[in-house]
Design a protein around this ligand. Structure first.
Ligand code: ACM
Length: 638
């Protein structure tokens, strides 16, 4: 117990030191510029909080509550008495700052947070991150500095799929809180899927009476052989709840973009209203990618994952339905952008349908891709008429892009590049570059079930950090169409808020930095050695789950040679690294890493280095393995 207290104390002390010495003062995402001065501002009980602008009252209150958690109660004042030390909030001068930009000026007599609206809100977020965790003799020392900051991209997004698994409002709010802390400003809410329609639509009550409920969920990795669990799984958001989320997000300068999937991923809607299908009388072959022995009785909300052939028929009835749905959607969501999906719409049913083939001829379309383009363009026209714009997944390029559409590039960067070359706005979210947060974070067998299964592919925070959303192949003019970057959290294998947190942290920190920080200011060493450990140490003291990074510096697979020097570090401040070389699984009872390991591997043999990181709160990383091989014939990567 004594040891634990000492360790916890040492970690806190380090937390304090870390924020002071780091060139970015502990801020994620790294600001555009940080100039440190000499001396410091002493935050103690004599400091007041100065705010004379009623518009900034909420920010003042948040700041006051934050400082109160440090045991200091700031008095709120509208004017200063001579000589009084203050933290001042002001919007004066903010008109000269870039959009969403802010300044923080820390001098021995005053701290000034300058910005308006989102800018001042972001100044507050940065300030709360830079305040050292430790108080000495009733005071917190904050180093003098000037910070100038504004975002690289106007769109900084995070997505959540609530179709495959449903997440409660409390979790959505927590998600938004974290987004705001890290200056992400667009929440892409994926509300409709084959496995569940999650938004109340008053004109079509069956969408949630039938479409929000499925009769089972596939067990194990898709395509599996385990069948489904035969448990009813259901959930949806009422319109009042969705509005509550919109307001909660807006208070944090986050726009909520609803996604209503069309023409594919519509099985739940079709189960509720079969006339939306080309073949209303055709049963849903549940899990049509796998041999399925289950019941085939009518249209079903899907119980397994994948892509399904039964997509919306492009009939006038369907367009009327979708327009009615979108009318209700736009009344809930003030977002300029409405996401209309457009991805993974197989053309099998359209090929088989006489109606669709006739429509292709009538409209003089080339083929089924032309029909998809016609479908999307009709929806775009409708939404443009209501003053809204569409975003679609990169499949909307096929058959011709709708005139005003923004493309979300997910199948690599190709779609984004093509769209930018056609002078269309682009949001980058390529799965191949680490932005699919449902992909696992290491190849360790300890990783939980994910969409990546047992394969070799993985995307850790380093991969995300290394991604630059602006492709080099674009001209300077075309690059301007890249409006931002987003990570997606698909939830086929994410059943709970806790697992969602495990998948999001720490990759969200890397996302924030590639979305906000100028390219020239990106610095992997500073990020992973200075700031990430600080943020994870703070997270470690909360109940939020996260992926504890494996030992930094450990080669991920196999290295050859006789003598190896391996230098390791924990990416959580105060955490310890334990290791074995004897094949046993490491724990806190194994050797503790304290200095670089010099490992000799005799000719013709191999050794396996296994490590685990254990944090101050007792959280554990997965066990990471490296094979050190010196000509052994049986050395292979699992
Ligand atoms: C997607 O991942 N189907 C956009």
């Amino acid at each position: 117990m004594k040891k634990f207290f000492l360790t916890a104390f040492a970690a806190l002390f380090l937390l304090n030191a870390q924020a002071q010495t780091d060139a970015n003062m502990g801020i994620i995402p790294a600001p555009v510029s940080v100039q440190k001065g000499s001396g410091s501002f002493i935050l103690d009980k004599n400091v007041v909080l100065l705010n004379s602008n009623p518009k900034n009252a909420k920010i003042a209150e948040t700041l006051r509550s934050f400082v109160a958690t440090k045991g200091l109660n700031l008095k709120l004042v509208k004017t200063l008495v001579a000589g009084q030390k203050a933290i001042e909030l002001t919007s004066t001068g903010a008109d000269q700052l870039p959009n969403e930009g802010y300044q923080i000026k820390i001098s021995s007599g005053k701290i000034k947070l300058i910005g308006k609206d989102a800018g001042l809100f972001y100044a507050l977020q940065s300030f709360m991150q830079l305040v050292p965790d430790q108080k000495q003799a009733g005071a917190i020392n904050i180093q003098n500095a000037e910070i100038n900051d504004y975002p690289r991209f106007s769109y900084r997004g995070l997505h959540l799929d609530v179709g495959r698994h449903f997440f409660p409002l409390s979790f959505i709010k927590k998600y938004l809180d974290v987004m705001a802390q890290y200056k992400l400003n667009n929440f892409h809410w994926h509300l409709t899927e084959d496995q569940g329609w999650r938004l109340e639509i008053k004109k079509y009550p069956k969408l949630t009476e039938i479409g929000a409920s499925r009769n089972g969920t596939i067990i194990g990795n898709y395509p599996g052989t385990g069948g489904t669990d035969n448990q009813v799984y259901k959930g949806y958001y009422t319109q009042a709840e969705a509005k509550e989320i919109v307001a909660y997000a807006a208070a944090r300068y986050i726009n909520v973009i609803p996604e209503i999937e069309l023409p594919g991923h519509g099985s739940a809607a079709i189960a509720a209203y079969p006339e939306l299908s080309c073949f209303p009388d055709r049963d849903t072959p549940i899990g049509d990618k796998t041999p399925w022995s289950g019941p085939r009785n009518g249209k079903q909300v899907q119980q397994t994952w994948g892509v399904f052939d039964d997509i919306f028929v492009p009939s006038e009835n369907t367009f009327n339905f979708l327009q009615d749905v979108l009318d209700e959607v736009i009344a809930i969501f003030p977002s300029k952008y409405i996401h209309i999906g457009g991805d993974e719409a197989p053309k099998k049913y359209w090929k088989e349908s006489e109606f669709c083939q006739q429509l292709i001829k009538e409209k003089n379309l080339k083929d089924e891709h032309g029909l998809q383009s016609y479908f999307i363009q009709r929806i775009e026209k409708y939404l443009n008429g209501k003053g809204r714009s569409i975003i679609g997944w990169d499949e909307i390029l096929e058959g011709g892009l709708a005139p005003n559409a923004t493309v979300m590039s997910w199948r690599g960067e190709k779609g984004g590049i093509e769209a930018a070359q056609q002078n269309h706005d682009v949001l980058m979210t390529p799965g191949s570059n680490g932005l699919y947060f449902d992909h696992k974070q290491s190849t360790s067998e300890d990783e939980p079930l994910t969409i990546s299964g047992r394969g070799n592919g993985y995307a850790d925070f380093i991969k995300v950090y290394n991604y630059n959303p602006v492709p080099d192949v674009l001209t300077e003019d075309q690059k301007k169409y890249i409006k931002g970057v987003q990570a997606n959290l698909w939830t086929e294998y994410i059943e709970t808020p806790s697992k969602a947190e495990y998948m999001v942290f720490p990759r969200i920190y890397s996302l924030a930095e590639i979305a906000w920080t100028p390219l020239a200011r990106k610095d992997m060493n500073n990020f992973s050695n200075e700031r990430l450990p600080l943020h994870l140490a703070r997270l470690d003291q909360t109940s939020t789950n996260y992926w504890v990074p494996t030992a930094v510096g450990q080669p991920s697979k196999i290295i050859n040679g006789e003598n190896h020097v391996i230098t390791l570090a924990a990416a959580v401040l105060g955490a310890k690294v334990y290791y074995t070389l004897d094949g046993y699984r490491p724990s806190e009872n194994a050797a503790e890493y304290t200095q670089p390991l010099n490992i000799n591997v005799p000719q013709g043999t191999k050794k396996v280095l296994k490590t685990i990181v254990i944090t101050p709160s007792g959280k554990r990383s997965v066990v990471a393995e490296t094979i050190l091989n010196n000509g052994a014939t049986d050395a292979k990567v699992k």
